[in-house]
Design a protein around this ligand. Sequence first.
Ligand code: GLP
Length: 237
Amino acid sequence: MKFITVDTYKEMSRKAANLIAAQMTVKPTSVLGLATGSTPIGIYEELVERCKNGDIDFSAIRSINLDEYVGLDGESDQSYRYFMNYHLFSKVNINIADTYVPNGKAADIEAECKAYDARIEEFGGIDLQLLGIGLDGHIGFNEPDTCFTGETHLVDLHPSTIEANARFFASKDEVPTKAVTMGMRGIMQAKKVLLVANGPKKKEILEKAFFGPITPEVPASILQLHPDLTVIFSQYE
Ligand code: GLP
C-alpha cells in the first residue's frame, strides 16, 4: 500500500487526477471505476480541465460507478447518475453510452445487480477504481457487516450514513434508506485502487481501515489485501 499524506484538498485532487490521467495515457481504452461523494469533486474538476487542455482523452474510456440510491432516477438531482453527469460526463468527451451507474429505479433490483456484475466481467474487470470512504468505513455503499459481500447487492443504509448524507438533501427524511452497491469482488478485482479522503474527520477511520485488523466491521479494511492500493489523504480540509 502507498499511503500519501498531503496538506490540502487541492493537492489531494491534483495527485489523484495525475494517477487517473496517467492510467488514461497508458491505456486510452481503460475501464475506470468511479465514485461519488464530496471528496472526488475536485478530482473531476481537474480531469475536466486536463481534457479541455487536450492532455487526456475520454473518447475510448468506459466508466462504471460504484453505487446508486434505490428509488431515485437519473433525473433526480440527488441521484449519483445526475452527480456524474453534472460533475464529469457532460464536461468531457466521454460517450455517455459508455458510462454505467446502477439503475436505482430498476423494477427488478436483483436482476439489475446480476447484470452489473456481468458487465464488469465483460469489461475484463476495472483498470482503476477510485474510492472515497464513509465515516463508518464504507466503500461504495458496502456498509459495516458481519461478512464481506462479493456481488453487487441491495443494501440498507446505516443510520450514520443517512445522517452523513443528509447534507445533500433538503431533510434527513428525504435520504433514501436503500442503495445498490458494487460488492467487494468488483472492487478487489480492479487492477489498481485509488482511495481518497479529505480532512481531519477521516483520520480515525483511515487508521482503523489501513492500520487495524481486516474486518467486515470496517469494510475498507479489505483493501489492505489489494496488491496495488494508493491512498491519498489531505490532512487539512
Ligand atoms: C457516499 C458514497 C461513498 C463515498 C462516501 C463519502 O456514501 N456512497 O462512495 O465514499 O459517501 O462521502 P464524502 O466524500 O462526501 O465524505
